[in-house]
Design a protein. Structure first.
Length: 192
């Protein structure tokens, strides 16, 4: 599995940085840490776990970087040439790149978490609910729609229209019933 950052060859991944200054600190296998972080991130199932793991890895890499910078200062104080310091400098740059990549991944996961938290799926509406909303949006209804809207039988709706009990007008051969007036009529005739 290629690493998303840091050294890419197996030799580079297993290399410890040796320095000629007497110091008990040697860089740990940075690529091993980065590889473990990448594998854990890929295996993790919850985003929160990934974020925590990334934060822990960043802290670990920052600690290694700090100790590496101390070692670099010791090398410079010992008067070693810059060629002797290059392996340490390269490792510190690799650590900086790894930290940057992990911080970018962490920020994108946090953004995803925020979006996921804010996301509210649209409620699934039944066909009847959608149809009721369509009828409620209309200004005028026909007798079939009045029957559907009020759940009255169509014959009873025509009977009420013929007796002028429901507000409506006949235009040509068709009935037109204002929905607002129909709702007022239903409220007036509803039993308490």
């Amino acid at each position: 599995m290629p690493l998303p950052f840091g050294p890419t060859t197996p030799e580079e991944q297993n290399q410890f940085v040796q320095t000629p200054v007497d110091d008990d600190f040697e860089f740990p296998d940075i690529t091993g840490i980065m590889k473990a972080a990448a594998e854990a991130i890929n295996k993790a199932k919850s985003t929160n776990y990934k974020i925590r793991h990334i934060e822990n890895t960043i802290k670990s890499l920052n600690g290694i970087k700090s100790r590496g910078l101390d070692k670099l200062r010791k090398l410079e104080d010992a008067g070693l040439e810059s060629a002797d310091c290059n392996p340490v400098i390269d490792t510190i740059h690799d650590i900086d790149n790894a930290i940057h990549d992990l911080q970018t991944k962490r920020e994108s996961l946090l953004l995803f978490e925020d979006e996921k938290r804010d996301f509210r799926p649209a409620p699934v509406l039944s066909e009847g609910t959608v149809r009721a909303m369509e009828l409620a949006a209309k200004t005028f209804l026909n007798p079939d729609e009045v029957a559907e809207y009020t759940t009255l039988k169509i014959d009873y709706v025509y009977d009420l229209l013929a007796r002028d009990e429901i507000p409506g007008s006949k235009i040509g051969s068709r009935w037109v019933i204002p929905r607002k007036e129909l709702e007022d009529w239903v409220r007036a005739h509803a039993k308490p």
